[in-house]
Design a protein around this ligand. Structure first.
Ligand SMILES: Cc1cc2nc3c(=O)[nH]c(=O)nc-3n(C[C@H](O)[C@H](O)[C@H](O)COP(=O)(O)OP(=O)(O)OC[C@H]3O[C@@H](n4cnc5c(N)ncnc54)[C@H](O)[C@@H]3O)c2cc1C
Length: 461
C-alpha cells in the first residue's frame, strides 16, 4: 500500500469511526492514505453498551453487538491487524512497537485505545492472578463469560461492586437471569445524580430484590482454592458465587507514559479538531473532552463522544475541517427487572460537585406523570431542574421515572446546548396527546416551577 501512512491504535468506536471517515474524506479529496489499524483484542466495532443485554439474555449473543466485522473493515481498504498490542510509541521516529510482531512505521497516529476497567489489588490473587468468578464487564469476552455464568446461575448469588451505570445494568442482568443480587457502593447508587434522584433509583433496586449496601467499602475477597466465595465489607462477608467489578475505567495510555501528552489521570486532551500534538490525534475513552458552555476538561467516557470525536479526527486528518463542539454530560440508562421499570437520565453539570455549580444555582424537584393522569397506568416521573438565579440559564436536568420518562432529557439537552434559559424550556413548543404526554408537559412544569421560584426570590419572597 502506498500514500501517507496513518496508524490507528484501537479498533472500536473511536478508532474505526476515524479510520472510515479518513478514507471517505481522502477519496473525496483525491488523496491517498494507507491506513493501518492495530487492536490488542480480537473484536472490532462492537457495542460495549449492549453487553448487559447479552448478559441478561435479552440480546442473543455477542455477534449481535458487532456493527462491522474485521472482514468488512478489510474490504473497505483498511489494513486491520487484531491481536496486536502496541507497547511503545516513538513519536519522533514514527514507530510503534507491537507485542510479538514487527514494529509499524507511521507518518501520523490516532490514539483510540479506550479505557481499562479499574481492578483494585484486592480483586486479584496474591500474585496478581485473576480469581475465578471475579471479572469486570468491559469487553465482548467479559460479556460472553458473564452470559454463560449467569445462564447457568439461577439461584446463585452475585455481588456487584460499584453503583454506577454499569453496576446497575449488571444488577438488572443478573436479576433477569434469576440470580440473587447484592450491590455494594462506596457512596450512593448513581452518585453523580442528586441525592433525591439517586434515592429513587436505590428504592427501585430494593423493590426488585437487590440487597443494596450504601456507603460501604470493599476490603477484600474470600477465596477458596482460587474461586471466589465472598466479599468482605467492613466486618461482614457477603456470600458470592460471582463478583462483578464495576468501579469505572481509566484511560488506556500506558504506552505513552514516556511522553508529556498525558494528564495525571492518563487521559489525552485533543483540541476541538482532535489533535493532541503535531501528527498525533486522539479520540474516545482515552481522552478528556470539554464541557459546554465554559469549556472545562472532563473525563466522561461515553460511546456517543467516542464516535463523534473519531469522525472529527478522521475528517481533519484527511484534510477536512470539522470541530468537536463539546459535551453536556448527557446520559441515560434503564433498570428493568420483574415489575420494576425505571428510566434514569441526566444532562448538564453535576449537582454532586458543588464546585461545578455556581453559588447562584437554584434547584427544585418536581413529581408528575409521563402521560395524562386519567389514562390507565400513568407512569410516575421525578425531575430535578437547576438554573442560575441571576441569568436564568438552565444548568442541569435529572430525570427518573417510568416508560417514556428518560428520553425527555433530550429536550432539556437541546435547550442547554443552545445556552437557553429555564423560561425557554418552560415555554417552548413541545408535543402533547393524552397517551404519551401531559397537556402541560411535565418537563415544562418542572422548569416553570424553577422560574417561579427565581421570580419569588427576586421579589424578596
Ligand atoms: C458495559 C458497558 C456499557 C456501556 N453503556 C454505554 C451506554 O449505554 N451509552 C454510552 O454512550 N456509552 C456506554 N458505554 C461506554 C462505551 O462503550 C465507550 O465509551 C466506548 O466503547 C468507547 O469507545 P473507544 O473506541 O474509545 O474505546 P474502546 O471501546 O475501549 O476500544 C478501545 C480499543 O483499543 C484497544 N486497545 C487498547 N489498548 C491497546 C493497545 N495498547 N494496543 C492496541 N490496541 C489497544 C482495545 O482492545 C479496544 O478494542 C458502556 C461501556 C460498557 C463497558
Amino acid at each position: 500500500m502506498t500514500g501517507h501512512r496513518v496508524l490507528v491504535i484501537g479498533a472500536d468506536g473511536a478508532g474505526m469511526s476515524a479510520a472510515h471517515q479518513m478514507l471517505r474524506t481522502a477519496r473525496d479529496r483525491g488523496r491517498e492514505l494507507a491506513v493501518t489499524v492495530l487492536d490488542a483484542g480480537q473484536h472490532t466495532s462492537y457495542s460495549a453498551c449492549g453487553i448487559p443485554y447479552v448478559v441478561s439474555g435479552e440480546v442473543a449473543g455477542i455477534d449481535d453487538l458487532v456493527a462491522r466485522t474485521a472482514q468488512e473493515h478489510r474490504a473497505a481498504g483498511i489494513d486491520l491487524r487484531l491481536g496486536s498490542r502496541v507497547t511503545h510509541l516513538d513519536l519522533e521516529a514514527g514507530v510503534a512497537t507491537v507485542e510479538g510482531a514487527d514494529p509499524v512505521e507511521f507518518d501520523e497516529v490516532v490514539v483510540a485505545t479506550g479505557a481499562s476497567p479499574v481492578m483494585p489489588a484486592w480483586s486479584r490473587g496474591p500474585a496478581g492472578e485473576p480469581v475465578a468468578g471475579v471479572m469486570p464487564a468491559k469487553d465482548l469476552d467479559d460479556a460472553e463469560a458473564w452470559a454463560s455464568r449467569f445462564a447457568d446461575g439461577a439461584g446463585e448469588r452475585v455481588v456487584v461492586i460499584g453503583g454506577g451505570y454499569i453496576g446497575v445494568e449488571m444488577a438488572e442482568a443478573a436479576l433477569r437471569r434469576g440470580l440473587e443480587v447484592a450491590l455494594v457502593t462506596r457512596s450512593r447508587v448513581l452518585s453523580t445524580f442528586h441525592p433525591e434522584i439517586s434515592a429513587r433509583v436505590t428504592a427501585s433496586l430494593v423493590r426488585a430484590g437487590v440487597e443494596v449496601h450504601l456507603d460501604s467499602e470493599v476490603e477484600g475477597l474470600e477465596v477458596h482454592e482460587g474461586v471466589v466465595t465472598g466479599v468482605r465489607v467492613g466486618s461482614d462477608v457477603l456470600a458470592a458465587h460471582h463478583v462483578v467489578v464495576a468501579l469505572g475505567v481509566r484511560p488506556a495510555t500506558d504506552f505513552l507514559a514516556h511522553t508529556d501528552l498525558r494528564q495525571p489521570n492518563g487521559a489525552l486532551r485533543p483540541d476541538e479538531r482532535g489533535q493532541v500534538a503535531p501528527g498525533v490525534w486522539a479520540a474516545g475513552d482515552c481522552c478528556e473532552v470539554q464541557a459546554r458552555p465554559v469549556g472545562e476538561w472532563v473525563y466522561v467516557p461515553l460511546g456517543t463522544h467516542a464516535n463523534k470525536l473519531g469522525r472529527v479526527v478522521g475528517e481533519n486528518l484527511a484534510g477536512g475541517d470539522l470541530r468537536f463542539p463539546g459535551v453536556l454530560g448527557t446520559a441515560i440508562t434503564r433498570f428493568a427487572a420483574g415489575e420494576e421499570y425505571i428510566e434514569i437520565a441526566r444532562t448538564g453539570v453535576s449537582t454532586r460537585n458543588p464546585g461545578n455549580i455556581a453559588d447562584t444555582c437554584v434547584s427544585l424537584v418536581t413529581e408528575g406523570t409521563t402521560i395524562t393522569g386519567y389514562m390507565p397506568g400513568a407512569p410516575t416521573i421525578t425531575l430535578l431542574v437547576s438554573a442560575d438565579r441571576i441569568t436564568r440559564r438552565l444548568l442541569a436536568v435529572e430525570i427518573v421515572g417510568g416508560q417514556g420518562a428518560g428520553k425527555r432529557i433530550d429536550a432539556a439537552a437541546a435547550v442547554l446546548w443552545a445556552g437557553g434559559t429555564v423560561d425557554d424550556l418552560a415555554w417552548m413548543d413541545l408535543s402533547y396527546a393524552p397517551p404519551v404526554a401531559t397537556a402541560w408537559e411535565v418537563l415544562q412544569i418542572a422548569a416553570r416551577r424553577v422560574a417561579e421560584l427565581i421570580d419569588h426570590e427576586a421579589a424578596g419572597g
